[in-house]
Ligand binder design. Structure first.
Ligand code: KIV
Length: 294
């Protein structure tokens, strides 16, 4: 269970828990919202202490942590396992659990049940799901159950087989209009925010201006109300290439590989462990042992 309530305040830094209401206020004050993914406790601690507004336990888990080719094999049990770890590490960021493939597509009732598991078992504050007009009933019912929902349109990775791969969306006038209509319908259905993934920057800016709820862009230009990246892309923590729209701020993969190689060399050369990494038995006890052993 999360150890904070929506009104938690850090008495040292005076930092307050980010809620969906804070998201809305940030949009109204034109303050940019920051969001990153996390899938484990230490990453959640680092992001939370760094001051991130929202942590998404994304189903990108499947690709960057579990080694799947895409997000389709990710299950509810996997998402809950990682959500719990993140919830233990993050106390101030808004924690959003990403509903995996087939956890909300079969029926709205099943969607409500699974969304509820993210809050009840996973310690999340909200859920995210992919899709536009076809998801309205599902969004309405989850929201009616008291669970905040973030929408996600544009490139929706759970539909890659239908979209023909990881391709930018909304590049014709008709497709762009459809995305705008989807965004408005999701807002009407009760979403508190909306991820816009891989859509033209001008379209994302227009959608952001027309909506009252905040938009969070990824590969959607700088006109959104906030930005999200997959943390493994930002940190260079992944052996495969990252998307063109991502920015790499560090090279953890290289740092890790170098550290591991140095460890291997030091063990092989008997340089590690050194004296300061060892413990000793005192002379008196040692001599007693030798005496006992004859
Ligand atoms: O799963 C994920 O990480 C996401 C983000 C890319 C928005 O859905």
């Amino acid at each position: 269970m999360s150890t904070t309530t929506p009104t938690a305040v850090d008495t040292v830094s005076n930092r307050k828990k980010i809620t969906t209401r804070v998201f809305q206020l940030k949009k109204e004050k034109a303050e940019r919202i920051t969001m990153l993914t996390a899938y484990d406790y230490p990453t959640a601690v680092a992001l939370d202490r760094a001051g991130i507004d929202a942590i998404l336990v994304g189903d990108s888990l499947g690709m960057v942590v579990l080694g799947y080719e895409n997000t389709l094999p990710v299950t509810m049990e996997e998402m809950l396992h990682h959500s719990k770890a993140v919830a233990r590490g993050a106390h101030f960021a808004l924690k959003i659990g990403d509903m995996p493939f087939m956890s909300y597509q079969v029926s709205a009732q099943e969607a409500v049940r699974n969304a509820g598991r993210f809050l009840q078992e996973g310690g999340m504050d909200a859920v995210k799901l992919e899709g536009g007009r076809e998801r309205l009933e599902c969004v309405r019912l989850i929201v009616a159950a008291g669970i905040p929902v973030m929408g996600h349109i544009g490139l929706t990775p759970q539909s890659i087989h239908q979209l023909g791969g990881f391709r930018a969306q909304g590049k014709t006038a008709a497709a762009a209009q459809r995305l705008l209509e989807d965004a408005q319908a999701l807002q009407e259905a009760g979403c508190f925010g909306l991820v816009l993934e891989s859509v033209p920057a001008r379209l994302a800016t227009l959608i952001s201006a027309r909506l009252d709820i905040p938009t969070i862009g990824i590969g959607a230009g700088s006109g959104c109300d906030g930005q999200v990246l997959v943390t493994h892309d930002l940190l260079g923590w992944f052996d495969r290439g990252s998307p063109r729209f991502s920015k790499q701020y560090a090279n953890l993969y290289q740092t890790m590989t170098q550290a591991v190689q140095t460890y291997i060399q030091e063990v092989q050369a008997a340089q590690f462990p050194a004296l300061e990494h060892s413990t000793e038995i005192n002379d008196e006890e040692w001599n007693e042992l030798l005496h006992r052993l004859g």
